[in-house]
Write a protein that binds this ligand. Structure first.
Ligand SMILES: [Zn+2]
Length: 102
C-alpha cells in the first residue's frame, strides 16, 4: 500500500534533487500532490512533511513518511535540477515554505 503510493510518487516525477550551483548545495525534495508545495528531505533520516512530523517524529507509529520511502525506492534515479541561488530563493523556497505551513 505505502509502497504503491511511493512508486506513484516516483512515476509522477515528484522527487527532485536540486543542485544550487552557486551555493555548493544539494537539496533532496518531494513535491506535494498538486506540485504546489515542496517537502525537504534528508534521505533515510528526515522529511519536512506533516506526516513525518506527526506519525514518525511525534507519535512514532511509522518509520518513514511516503517521501522517505519513495526516496529509498528511487535510489540514485532522481531527476536532477540545476538552479542558481537566485532561482532557489525566488521559486523553490516559497514552495518549501508552503510545505511547512500547509
Ligand atoms: Zn515526507
Amino acid at each position: 500500500m505505502a509502497r504503491r503510493r511511493a512508486l506513484k510518487l516516483i512515476s509522477e516525477k515528484k522527487l527532485v534533487k536540486f543542485i544550487v550551483e552557486d551555493a555548493n548545495l544539494t537539496i533532496y525534495a518531494a513535491y506535494s500532490r498538486r506540485f504546489d508545495a515542496l517537502y525537504v528531505t534528508v534521505p533515510g533520516k528526515f522529511c519536512s512533511c506533516p506526516s513525518y512530523l506527526f506519525d514518525v517524529f511525534a507519535k512514532r507509529i511509522s518509520d518513514s513518511c511516503i517521501h522517505l520511502l519513495a526516496m529509498k525506492l528511487a535510489g540514485n534515479n532522481l531527476q536532477e535540477v540545476e538552479i542558481s541561488l537566485d532561482e532557489f530563493t525566488s521559486k523553490i523556497f516559497p514552495l518549501i515554505f508552503k510545505g511547512l505551513i500547509d
